[in-house]
Design a protein around this ligand. Sequence first.
Ligand code: NAD
Length: 236
Amino acid sequence: MSLKNKIAVVTGGAKGIGRAVALRFAVEGADVTIVDLDLENACKTSEEIQAIGRKSLALQVDVSQGAEVRRMMQEIGKAFPPVDILVNNAGISGKACPVVDMEEAEWDRVLSIDLRSIFLCSKATLPSMTENGGGAIVNVASIAGKEGNPNMAAYSAAKAGVIGFTKALAKEVVGQGVRVNCVTPAVVQTTILEELTPEQIEYMVQRIPLGRTGRPEEVAAVICFLASDEASFVTG
Ligand code: NAD
């Protein structure tokens, strides 16, 4: 059990990669709060965690809104000891379209859910982590943030932002015992792909050397490693 008795928060844990992370964390011995807009599925993940034998709380939160994130930390503070692990996973792809056709509102929606939320949740959680002597933050970026996917400019820019934020914050809090890392998955089979066209998905899958999409559990394994003390020499 690499996360025995750790207290974890997973945003976007109602389904997809976040759900796989939350369940893997529970198997590894952590108590996990599921934070998501989708309360019904967040509760289902929470019940699955309890069935594994760990404590869990499901909270309906829009992680792009500061007031909601602060309320989230108050609720978590009432239910659990200080947080050891935060996984900033909630995200959307946005609608695939060229920059010239992209509405300003759509750009803002993607940037605020995929990038602003990571700043807000990290800012809100760090005092709890440092009070406890340290912790680990794992952000879910994307290969789009390294390569830049055509017709996904907002998503690519947001995810590149997540990578930059991760590196900056890692250096800022290294002296307080907090490690900050991110993962940059290629295409993973989840409902996030429903916003994209089959052509867009095909463009991305063709570039994957393994020639297939990933499974949420395969990303969860890497996130679990980064969140655990096994990754004690990995930050930024
Ligand atoms: P998903 O759609 O299955 O899950 C995303 C979850 O985030 C959903 O439960 C959704 O309700 C929640 N969410 C969305 N906006 C939210 C908000 N404002 N507040 C709180 N919760 C919110 O998608 P997924 O594929 O599991 O994506 C998880 C993360 O992985 C995202 O950050 C995504 O960008 C990233 N990612 C996914 C892929 C992929 O191909 N699936 C590849 C690289 C990176």
